[in-house]
Ligand binder design. Structure first.
Ligand SMILES: *Cc1c(COP(=O)(O)O)cnc(C)c1O
Length: 367
């Protein structure tokens, strides 16, 4: 079965093999050497002063970032399940927050952020997804962060890049915490999260040490010494090192351009089939299509063509499908999937099969 869901993503064979070695102890020079190399490669990829690795899924990194950076009030952008989660984390900790809510296909407006900040000077942190995975939506995070810092240079920007880091080059100039997770663009099993930190974020974290397991001051101190505060997820970090070295081999720019080309060609192919791309500003991590037959199309793909793509959540549970573009792909995987969608449309009596999906995809990639 081809796994083309936007997380988890397939783990390449050489990465699986790297993780198949016997477990090593985390407090050894041997592991510290692996940790050091991984840290160095991560800092380069994130383009930030520090990157912490935590033994948690992505949500843990979201929670840690809010807990360690927000001192007064958060402004939360909610255009889907993951934006909503930032608000729920604030609620769980009794952290004051205001929400900017949008339809799942609609990006956050920079003007709305400015208005909210000018209205409420208590806001000291902004939490926003770079790609809101619920609808495959790209928020204008770089513009939001820049505008916010112009209003209040001490505001902290927490950017959830779980489906953005490893997908595209992110301008981190005005971002203070950049969150990522192992099971999306990093092509690893779930269980490891990462947070890139700006110099300003490091200062804030060191000034006010909060929490216990997710105390980033403790973690920072240890990770600067190439170890972790608690038992490190050694296997995943060994896998991460292998992933980063794999990406380095052809260069990260190739990963970004391959992903962008795949995403763009897929969108064109889907549109050529008469399908509707859901988000107004699509991210390159996935293609999200809104269609009344989405659930039926997914079922045909799974049963007849051996492809697993994702559905939607909540109000678009049965009317959205999402195809992953994150990671390193074999050339045939995406066109096979698009071709299967075209065949499914024929089976549902929607459109006579004529090979359009593959033709358009290949023209976009190879022309
Ligand atoms: C997957 C995802 C998360 C949550 O990560 P978990 O690893 O499931 O905790 C958060 N934000 C975005 C944008 C995601 O795609």
């Amino acid at each position: 079965m081809l796994l083309l869901t936007p997380g988890p993503t397939p783990v390449p064979e050489n990465i699986r093999l790297a993780m198949g070695e016997p477990t090593i102890h985390h407090r050894t020079p041997e592991f510290e050497e692996i940790f050091k190399t991984t840290r160095g490669l991560l800092k380069k990829m994130f383009g930030m002063s520090e990157v912490l690795m935590l033994a948690s899924s992505g949500t843990g990194a979201m929670e840690a970032s809010i807990l360690n950076l927000c001192k007064k009030k958060a402004l939360v952008v909610n255009a889907g399940k993951f934006g909503e989660r930032f608000g729920l984390i604030c609620e769980a900790y009794g952290i004051a927050h205001v929400e900017l809510k949008y339809d799942w296909d609609t990006p956050c407006s920079v003007e709305d952020v400015k208005t909210a900040l000018l209205k409420d000077s208590d806001i000291d942190t902004i939490c926003v997804q770079i790609c809101e995975s619920a609808g495959g939506l790209r928020h204008p995070v770089e513009e939001i962060a820049k505008a916010a810092k112009e209003i209040n240079k001490n505001i902290k920007i927490i950017a959830d890049g779980i489906t953005a880091v490893g997908v595209e080059k992110i301008d981190t100039t005005n971002i203070d915490a950049l969150i990522s997770g192992s099971q999306k663009a990093f092509m690893l099993p779930p269980g490891l999260s990462m947070i890139g930190l700006s110099d300003y974020a490091i200062e804030c974290i060191e000034d006010s040490s909060v929490g216990y397991y997710f105390n980033l001051a403790t973690e920072l101190k240890k990770q600067k010494q190439n170890t972790t505060a608690w038992t490190a997820p050694t296997t995943l970090i060994i896998g991460l090192k292998a992933v980063l070295e794999l990406i380095e081999k052809d260069g990260v720019e190739k990963l970004y351009s391959d992903t962008a080309n795949r995403a763009n060609a897929s969108r064109e192919a889907l549109k050529a089939l008469g399908l509707h791309i859901f988000p107004k500003t699509p991210a390159n991590s996935m293609s999200a299509v809104l269609d009344d037959d989405a659930a039926k199309i997914r079922k045909i793909l799974k049963q007849k063509y051996g492809v697993n793509i994702a559905g939607g959540q909540e109000h678009v549970k049965t009317t959205l499908f999402r195809i992953n573009h994150m990671g390193i792909f074999e050339g045939y995987e995406t066109p096979w999937t698009l071709n299967a969608i075209e065949l499914a449309l024929d089976e549902l009596g929607r459109r006579k099969y004529d090979g359009t999906a593959n033709r358009v995809f290949c023209e976009q990639i190879y022309k």
